[in-house]
Design a protein. Sequence first.
Length: 96
Amino acid sequence: MLTGKQRRFLRAMGTGLDPILQVGKGGITEALLKQVDEALEARELIKIRILPNSGREPKEVGKNLAVQTGAELVQVIGRNLLLYRRSQKKPTIELP
């Protein structure tokens, strides 16, 4: 569980990131979960865009992705999510 200070730190880091994955009308699939898992392991902090044709609320999708990948939902702004999970192999982000 992240503290408020850690969330604020990660939100500041996430402002410069571009979304690397998109959730469309297919929703959360096994392929998407695998991509999110691999991206989190490689980068630790990722931004995901929820397309309008997905038919789901971004907060709902974010919570589902966080639970299924073992990540923390840092922030939801509009249709963008910010997810964080510490890398098992080579962690790079040092939380305060």
